[in-house]
Write a protein that binds this ligand. Sequence first.
Ligand SMILES: *Cc1c(COP(=O)(O)O)cnc(C)c1O
Length: 374
Amino acid sequence: MKFIDLRRQYEKLENEINANIQKVLEHEQFIMGPEVEELERELAKYTGRKYAYTCSSGTDALVIPLMAYELEKTDAVFVPSFTFFASAESVNLAGATPIFVDSKNDFLLDCEDLECRIENTIAEGKYVPRGIIAVNLFGQVCDFDEIGRIARKYNLFVLEDAAQSMGAARCGRKSGSFGDVSATSFFPAKPLGCYGDGGAIFTDDDELASKIKSIRVHGQGGGRYDNVRIGLNGRMDTLQAAILQPKLKILDEEIDLRQKVAEHYTRLLREQFTTPQVLEGNVSAWAQYTLLADSEAQRNQIVEGMKDKGIPIMVYYATPLHMQTAYRYLGYADTDVENASGLSKRVFSLPMHPYLNEDEIVDICNQLNLIANK
Ligand SMILES: *Cc1c(COP(=O)(O)O)cnc(C)c1O
């Protein structure tokens, strides 16, 4: 059994994907070919944003708008500690400093803790609060009403890290449409994935959009060899855009299938485990179906026990960012971001993709319930 089975999706889209790849091989516009612009139009329409720009990865999708904000080392960007490394790394790459915020048991930013840390940062005076990166971890959109309220109060920008949440929605609004600017990833295993690295940036802000477009291509100005700022080579290649087009068409259908898988898991597991909480008004993209074990020992026993049965279980994430070696220079202690540390000891994720069938789900749950009962 595979943790994420991409083959089953390919079997469904094989003809369209192959034809699209062939088309690119024939027109030979491998960089910024027509498919890139077509995909950007489709993505803007899908998310309801005025602008959508594809780029080279989810990490660059975060870095590029952060570069547009022209941050300095003494500028602070608030980021959850319980997330993938790139959410915070992007802040450093853009020249600023991340300040880690705690998460709740729904794996999303703890807004009370966020406000507390903003206040403390202002009081200490070492860093100037500039922005918030809200991560839709495991596919669920954060409470952007509350995050927006805090951002307005302290005059901060909001960057939606939608790397795990393409196709998700909150109160009828699609992920990719929240905050001042949104970033997503098309890494193959994400809810909308290509066959390599890729990402996209979404915004409604005209000025930000023009900076993003410029930074994506070496800080381009009016002409091709006119450079008005420092940028990067952040383009998506045409082949990846051509591969994404048919996948975007079936994304909503796949999101529905993911709901069915998640509901089935929850039905079979809720008596033994703390099953994932979905906020009211949310449709999760279920990038991960993540459970909480009672303890670190039980979690590790589950991971090992399931591996013996040939069922892959992943731990996202075993180390909260405030305890990563790369962030030792910031001087955090384990208990400084307490719930993030606790979650990292107890979480484990089950195989999750739209094409997981009933027999597989039942088998996974039976094995899991057996191990948990020992
Ligand atoms: C995957 C991911 C990223 C980075 O995306 P890449 O395409 O791998 O660079 C950023 N943030 C989160 C939350 C992610 O899961």
